[in-house]
Design a protein around this ligand. Structure first.
Ligand code: GRF
Length: 216
C-alpha cells in the first residue's frame, strides 16, 4: 500500500457514510485520502458534502446508457482515472456487473444495512421486524458478483426496541455504519484485511461469515 490510501467513493443519495469518511480522515483516524466522489444521480445531496470538503465530483447518469454493462464500462474507466487503492460503495444504488466488478476485485467495499448473511437485498429493517428479530445492524463486506453476498469484514449490532418501526431502526443502524465503515477501510489501508480465496482475512486469519463483530 502506498503511503496514503487513495479512496474513490460512489454514492447515489444523502452520503452520510461519505461524511463519516470525511470526518474520520479529518480526525486522523482513517489515514486515507478521498480523491474522487462519483455518482449516478445529479440530485445526490452527498455531492454537496464532497464539494464542501474540496473533493472532485463526477456525475455519470446511468439513464444515458443503453445497457447496464455500457454504464459499468464507463464508470470503471472514470473511477480508474483516479488510480484508487480502494473503492467505497456508500449508498450506490446500482447493481454492478462483472464489467465493473472484475477490475476492482479485492479493492471494492460495500456496507449493507443488515446482519449479513441475513437479509441481503432491500427492506432489511422491515424484514427484521417481520421476523421478530431483537437485533438489527450493518455489515461491511468485500463486493463480489453475488449481490450483498461478498465476504464480510466487520459487523455491528443494534437492538430492536419494543414499538420500533423500520425508520427508527434505520437511524440507529446508520449511527453504527458511520463507525464501522471507516474502521474497515483503515484495516484495508493498513493492509490488515484482504480478500483471499473468496474469504475475508484479518491479520492473517479468515473471518467468520458475519465478519469481525464490532464492540463499542
Ligand atoms: C445506508 O443505509 C447503507 O447501509 C446502504 O445505503 C445507505 C446509504 O446511506 N448501503 P448514506 O447515503 O450513506 O446516508
Amino acid at each position: 500500500m502506498p503511503e496514503v490510501c487513495r479512496l474513490v467513493v460512489l454514492i447515489s443519495g444523502s452520503g452520510s457514510n461519505l461524511q463519516a469518511f470525511i470526518d474520520s480522515i479529518a480526525r486522523g483516524e482513517l489515514r486515507a485520502s478521498i480523491v474522487g466522489v462519483v455518482t449516478n444521480k445529479a440530485s445526490a445531496t452527498g455531492l454537496q458534502r464532497a464539494q464542501a470538503a474540496n473533493i472532485p465530483t463526477e456525475i455519470i447518469d446511468h439513464t444515458q446508457f443503453a445497457t447496464r454493462e455500457q454504464f459499468d464500462i464507463e464508470l470503471c474507466a472514470r473511477v480508474q482515472s483516479y488510480r484508487p487503492d480502494l473503492v467505497i460503495l456508500a449508498g450506490f444504488m446500482r447493481i454492478l456487473t462483472p464489467a465493473f466488478l472484475r477490475p476492482f476485485a479485492g479493492k471494492l467495499l460495500n456496507i449493507h444495512p443488515s446482519l449479513l448473511p441475513k437479509y441481503p437485498g432491500l427492506h432489511t429493517h422491515q424484514r427484521a421486524l417481520d421476523a421478530g428479530d431483537n437485533a438489527a445492524g450493518a455489515t461491511v463486506h468485500f463486493v463480489t458478483e453475488q449481490l450483498d453476498g461478498g465476504p464480510a469484514i466487520l459487523q455491528a449490532r443494534v437492538p430492536i426496541l419494543a414499538g420500533d418501526n423500520a425508520e427508527q431502526i434505520a437511524a440507529r443502524v446508520l449511527q453504527v455504519e458511520h463507525r464501522i465503515y471507516p474502521q474497515a477501510a483503515q484495516w484495508f489501508a493498513e493492509n490488515r484485511v484482504q480478500l483471499y480465496n473468496d474469504r475475508a482475512v484479518l491479520d492473517g486469519a479468515p473471518l467468520p461469515n458475519t465478519g469481525f463483530i464490532y464492540q463499542d
